[in-house]
Design a protein around this ligand. Structure first.
Ligand SMILES: C[S@@+](CC[C@H](N)C(=O)[O-])C[C@H]1O[C@@H](n2cnc3c(N)ncnc32)[C@H](O)[C@@H]1O
Length: 256
């Protein structure tokens, strides 16, 4: 079995189309995974994926990089807090926010913390967070974090919203209940519409150019007429107009 046959069959078995991801990286990660599990080749890896549900879950986790942190790129969150959210809240009684590849939840909870800092009541917003990786979502629902996830967070925010337990930080129940998590595959599931703010950060880097274009179009369609798309810092759009978007600030695009 060669790599192409392996990835096609794994995609069908796991129901995640790995051919939509940059193939060089998928191949490298697969090879690492095979080595880590002392397997001999693609076929033995595929046989184990077919028969061992735990192994199958581990494969998916290995392929989807879950690295994330609270207030990742603080400058962008400052802009969000000072410009984007106040403007949206001024125009709308209630805003819909979607963290579209939320991993273990740091990004969605950062938004909830910012809204609490702004003194906005939870009746005025809805925060949904989705990811393809169910293990990451389970961690998100627990709200238990490692110090590395909080490197960019001001001590005053840590004191206000987290409790230290051994070497972990537990997020306040008040913030936890403000985010609803759900599994969603950006490649094949339908997106909700009329969303005021979408955060889709640090996931497009893994997709092929064609897929990135198609998903950007879908995200733009999911936004309200004045909706905002917040991308990762290395995921800028060269021609935002192509997607009915215009650049607002580094990583921020507004529906045009
Ligand atoms: C590097 S993390 C980014 C987390 C967060 N957005 C941030 O910027 O800190 C990438 C996330 O994308 C998720 N992901 C990968 N492919 C996906 C897909 N097809 N649909 C939904 N989520 C996906 C992974 O499971 C992972 O949690």
């Amino acid at each position: 079995m060669d790599f192409e046959a392996f990835i096609n069959q794994v995609s069908q078995k796991i129901k995640v189309d790995f051919t939509s991801y940059k193939q060089k990286r998928v191949k490298r990660r697969t090879k690492n995974f095979i080595k880590k599990h002392n397997l001999s080749d693609y076929k033995s890896c595929f046989d184990k994926i077919k028969t061992d549900p735990q192994f199958k879950r581990e494969f998916l986790e290995h392929m989807t990089i879950n690295t994330t942190e609270f207030f990742r790129n603080p400058d962008n969150y400052k802009y969000l807090q000072e410009e984007v959210l106040p403007k949206l809240l001024k125009k709308h009684n209630k805003i819909k926010i979607w963290s579209a590849a939320s991993s273990i939840g740091c990004e969605a909870y950062t938004i909830a913390i910012i809204l609490n800092q702004l003194g906005v009541g939870p009746k005025r917003y809805e925060i949904k967070a989705t990811d393809i990786d169910s293990t990451a979502l389970a961690t998100a629902r627990k709200g238990k974090y490692k110090p590395t996830n909080l490197k960019k967070v001001d001590q005053s925010i840590i004191d206000q919203y987290f409790t230290k337990e051994n070497n972990n930080y537990l997020l306040d129940a008040k913030i936890k209940q403000q985010v609803k998590f759900k599994r969603l595959n950006l490649l094949k599931d339908d997106y909700e519409t009329n969303i005021n703010l979408i955060l889709c950060r640090n996931v497009f880097i893994y997709f092929t150019k064609e897929i990135k274009n198609r998903l950007t179009q879908k995200l733009s369609q999911a936004l309200t007429d004045d909706g905002i798309l917040f991308l990762g810092n290395t995921e800028y759009l060269l021609q935002p107009k192509k997607y009915n978007l215009e650049k607002l600030y580094t990583s921020f695009y507004k529906k045009a």
